[in-house]
Design a protein around this ligand. Structure first.
Ligand code: SF4
Ligand SMILES: [Zn+2]
Length: 328
C-alpha cells in the first residue's frame, strides 16, 4: 500500500537560463529516486538522497506523486525549460522506472528538457522514445542529455573522482544521444581532490577544448565540500581546498566558448572562494556571465584584483602535487 503522505522532490526551484542567446525561465527539479547505482564518486553528496529499497511499482508511484506536487506548485506556462536531476541517472530504470520516466515526459511535453544520466544508460532507443514523448515541434532540439564527464583526462577521472567511465565511454554515449536527436550537455568538474590549484586549472582548460566537439552546452561545476564525502574527509584533514574564484575567472576569460557555471557555495569555506572580501562580487559576475556571455564584467574584477590575488599566484606556482605511491 502506498503511503498517503505527500511526496515532494528533494528540491525544486525556478531560475533564469541562457539558451541559444536568449534568457528564458527554467524549472529545476531534483527528484528523489531509487538512488545512483554507481554511488562512488568522491565529491558526491547525493549518496544518501534515495528511497529505501522498494518494489518498482511503489518507486514509480512515489516519483509520480512528486511530479504531481511539482505541477501543482509551478504553473507549466511560467517556464520554457526543465532541468531534471535524480541524484543519479534519469535513464537508469532501477532508479526511475520507465513508466515514471514516461509520465515525467508527458508532463513536460513542449518544454526544452535537460536530464542528467551516467553514460552507460544513454542508449539511442531509450533517448529517442523519450524525445518522442516530449516533442511537440515547439523546439528544434527539445531534449538534451546531460552527462558528468568531469574531465577529459581518464587518469584524473579514475584516481581523483572514481567516476567509473572513460572519455571513450562518454564519446560512445554522445553518439547514441546524437543519433537519437538529443543535444549534449557536458558537466566538467573544477578541482577534484588530489590536484593542485594549477593542475586543476590546466586540466579544466584542456577539458573544455577537448570536450567542445562533443558538447552543445558545457557547464563547469566547481567542486564543493559536501557532507559525508571523501572530499569532506580530506578537507577536514586540510588536504583539500575548493578552487579559488580567481582560477574560475581565469578559465572563463580564457575560454573561446561560452561556459555556463553556477558557483554553488561560492564565497563560503566549503565552496569555491577567495579571501572573503572580494568573493561576492566575483560570484555575481560569474552568474551574470553565465546568462549573458559578456566577459567584460569578469575582466573588470580580474583586472581590479584584490590583496588575495598574490596569494593565489603564489599557490599556483608553489603548491606541490599530491604524491601517490607508484607501487603497492
Ligand atoms: S554518478 Fe553522479 S550521482 Fe552517482 S555517485 Fe557519481 S556524482 Fe554521485
Ligand atoms: Zn580577495
Amino acid at each position: 500500500m502506498i503511503s498517503e503522505r505527500i511526496e515532494k522532490p528533494l528540491a525544486c526551484w525556478m531560475s533564469k537560463e541562457e539558451y541559444a542567446g536568449e534568457i528564458i525561465e527554467c524549472l529545476t527539479v531534483i527528484f528523489k529516486s531509487g538512488g545512483c547505482t554507481w554511488n562512488r564518486c568522491k565529491m558526491c553528496g547525493y549518496k544518501s538522497e534515495r528511497y529505501h529499497k522498494m518494489a518498482a511499482e511503489e518507486l514509480s508511484a512515489r516519483i509520480r506523486q512528486q511530479l504531481s506536487w511539482v505541477l501543482g506548485e509551478f504553473r507549466p506556462d511560467s517556464y520554457q525549460m526543465v532541468k531534471i536531476f535524480t541524484s543519479g541517472s534519469f535513464f537508469d530504470t532501477t532508479e526511475v522506472p520507465s513508466d515514471a520516466r514516461n509520465a515525467i515526459g508527458e508532463a513536460f511535453k513542449g518544454k526544452i528538457v535537460i536530464a542528467e544520466s551516467r553514460t552507460e544508460y544513454v542508449k539511442k532507443d531509450v533517448v529517442s522514445d523519450f524525445i518522442g514523448i516530449i516533442d511537440d515541434s515547439s523546439w528544434e532540439k527539445p531534449f538534451y542529455v546531460a552527462m558528468g564527464l568531469e574531465t577529459t583526462n581518464d587518469y584524473i577521472r579514475e584516481k581523483c573522482i572514481d567516476k567509473g567511465h572513460t572519455f571513450d565511454d562518454f564519446k560512445d554515449a554522445v553518439r547514441e544521444g546524437r543519433d537519437a536527436g538529443a543535444g549534449i550537455k557536458t558537466y566538467l568538474m573544477m578541482k577534484p581532490p588530489y590536484l593542485t590549484e594549477s593542475e586543476s586549472l590546466l586540466d579544466m582548460q584542456k577539458s573544455i577544448k577537448e570536450s567542445a566537439p562533443y558538447s552543445d552546452i558545457i557547464s563547469m561545476n566547481l567542486c564543493t565540500v559536501q557532507n559525508r564525502t571523501e572530499v569532506e574527509r580530506l578537507w577536514k584533514q586540510k588536504a583539500y581546498r575548493p578552487p579559488y574564484l580567481w582560477s574560475v575567472l581565469q578559465v572563463l576569460i580564457d575560454s573561446d566558448i561560452h561556459i555556463h557555471s553556477d558557483p554553488v557555495g561560492g564565497g563560503k569555506r566549503r565552496g569555491p572562494h577567495n579571501c572573503g572580501k572580494c568573493d561576492w562580487d566575483i560570484v555575481d559576475a560569474i552568474k551574470d556571465y553565465s546568462l549573458t556571455n559578456d566577459k567584460d564584467l569578469l575582466k573588470v574584477y580580474f583586472d581590479k584584483g584584490c590583496d588575495c590575488m598574490e596569494e593565489w599566484r603564489y599557490v599556483l606556482k608553489e603548491e606541490k602535487p599530491f604524491c601517490m605511491p607508484l607501487t603497492e
